[in-house]
Design a protein around this ligand. Structure first.
Ligand code: UD1
Ligand code: CA
Length: 455
């Protein structure tokens, strides 16, 4: 099989987006549309991916510099045929060439395999759809035998041709040597004064090349984005697909219309996700996990049986089995919690390790800390981990009890089974089993009279 080269057209301005951000960088599911397309091309094992850029090309390139693609400039946008022609010097004659679009983000690889897998020089493979309203699209013209003979752009079409409902998606595949023969001969004498890529269909048919036609599973796969209304529609379509995939994998969604996935989610069975949840990056929810209303979980792994109560925000953390988190818990990056832990309301936790069965139930800040097992952290406890220049660690041994409203001034170590009296400011290490109390002594003054307001 000859090498596959993918050409992605992304030079257009996208003026109807009314945006200073280039159109192909507008995100679907948190990722620029162009990156969806590049990743699709990568999934096809393309030997090379060429992206044609023009308007705001430098910004597009900078935003995509982690991808292994060949950037090709099209300095003037003279039409889709002209855009593909810019890539010709980079294409080996025998290469299979697949044309994709930077503003058509949701094409599935299965659909594209149909076009490229068996492609040879006797064929041109075309992806078409049949629409109730074909207005604006290029029409697929067939002869009496039903063979495709040409594509006619809407603006150039006759009344009879405009009645055709089968339209060009723009996505096609053909061997490079044909492009090299046909593209230089295109003319721009047409209604839009452009060099139409679609004119190669007529040239191919005239040479006896078979125009092989395939259809996508859904129209969403070939829908492009010209304005923000269409962008939002594709976002919803993608989200609906994610929701369906999760439900079919054994997840109950309180409302499939109110889940947002921006990344990869891996799930066990019998996960429950309440409404208005956002899952970002790489998220793993093991069997039986419950995620409450309004939670945000990013790049985290939640072990089986754990419950995340409403409005918790969890970032880059690993949470063990049967833990109870939130409501209103905030996990900043870098936490590892063991099984049966509890992190309750209005607790902020960062870069901390929490041992099995330990509890931080209310109103605390725990940062750069290592807690052993069965530790009880009272309400209002603060690890004072920052001295204005450096971060310091707090270490708390197994079974320690930290009284409410304690300040632990790091670096500091509290031993196993030690007890800290409520309201203490702990600046020195506390040994195993010791009680530490560090607060002003209470004085009671009998017969004291409050100041009075003047008459
Ligand atoms: C094109 C097809 C039409 C098809 C439709 C599907 C042609 C002539 N027509 O029409 O048959 O039904 O797509 O949406 O191909 N681009 C460049 N450089 C250019 C011109 C365009 O990079 O010089 C890029 C644009 O950024 C855009 C894509 O190519 O992403 C399509 O161009 P556009 O002008 O929108 O083509 P349509 O008129 O929609
Ligand atoms: Ca278009």
């Amino acid at each position: 099989m000859s090498p596959l080269h993918v050409v992605i057209l992304a030079a257009g301005q996208g003026s109807r987006m009314k945006s200073s951000l280039p159109k192909v960088l507008h995100p679907v599911a948190g990722k620029p549309m162009l990156h969806h397309v590049i990743e699709t091309a990568m999934a096809l094992d393309a030997e090379q991916i060429h992206v044609v850029i023009g308007h705001a090309g430098d910004r597009v390139r900078e935003a995509s510099d982690t991808y292994p693609v060949n950037w090709v400039e099209q300095s003037e946008q003279l039409g889709t045929g002209h855009a593909v022609a810019q890539v010709l010097p980079h294409l080996p004659d025998q290469a299979r060439v697949l044309i994709l679009y930077g503003d058509v983000p949701l094409t599935r690889t299965d659909t594209l395999h149909q076009l490229v897998d068996t492609l040879d020089e006797r064929q041109l493979a075309l992806l078409t759809v049949t629409l109730d309203d074909p207005n604006g699209y290029g029409r697929i013209v067939r002869n009496e035998e039903g063979r495709v003979t040409a594509i006619v752009e809407h603006k150039d079409a006759s009344e009879a041709q405009r009645a055709i409902r089968e339209v060009n998606t723009g996505i096609l595949a053909v061997i490079a040597k044909h492009l090299k023969a046909w593209l230089p001969s295109l003319s721009n004498r047409n209604a839009q004064g452009e060099y139409y890529l679609t004119d190669i269909i007529g040239l191919a048919a005239a040479q006896g090349i078979t125009i092989r036609v395939a259809q996508p599973a859904t129209v969403t796969e070939v829908e492009g984005v010209n304005n923000r209304v269409q962008l939002a529609a594709l976002e919803r379509a993608w989200q609906r697909q994610q929701a369906e995939r999760l439900m079919l994998a054994g997840v109950t969604l309180a409302d499939p219309e109110r889940l947002d996935v921006r990344g990869q989610v891996t799930v066990g069975q019998d996960v429950f996700i309440d409404a208005n949840v956002l899952l970002e990056g790489d998220v793993v929810l093991e069997e039986g996990v419950r995620v409450g209303f309004g939670c945000v979980i990013r790049d985290s792994r939640i072990a089986r049986g754990t419950e995340i109560h409403p409005y918790s925000v969890i970032e880059s953390s690993v949470i063990g089995e049967n833990a109870q988190i939130g409501p209103f818990a905030r996990f900043r990056p870098g936490n590892t919690l063991a099984a049966n832990t509890k992190v309750g309301n209005f607790v902020e936790i960062k870069k901390s390790v929490v041992g099995a069965g330990s509890k931080i139930n209310h109103l605390s800040y725990v940062g750069d800390a290592r807690l052993g097992e069965r530790v009880n952290v009272g309400a209002g406890t603060i690890t004072c981990n920052y001295d204005g220049a450096n971060k310091h660690a707090t270490v708390i041994g197994d079974g320690a009890f930290i009284g409410s409203n304690t300040s632990l001034v790091a670096p500091v170590t509290v031993g196993s089974d030690a007890t800290i009296g409520a309201g203490s400011t702990i600046t020195r290490d506390v040994a195993d089993t010791e009680l530490a109390v560090a607060r002003g002594k209470q004085r009671n003054i009998a017969g004291w009279e409050r100041p009075k307001k003047p008459e």
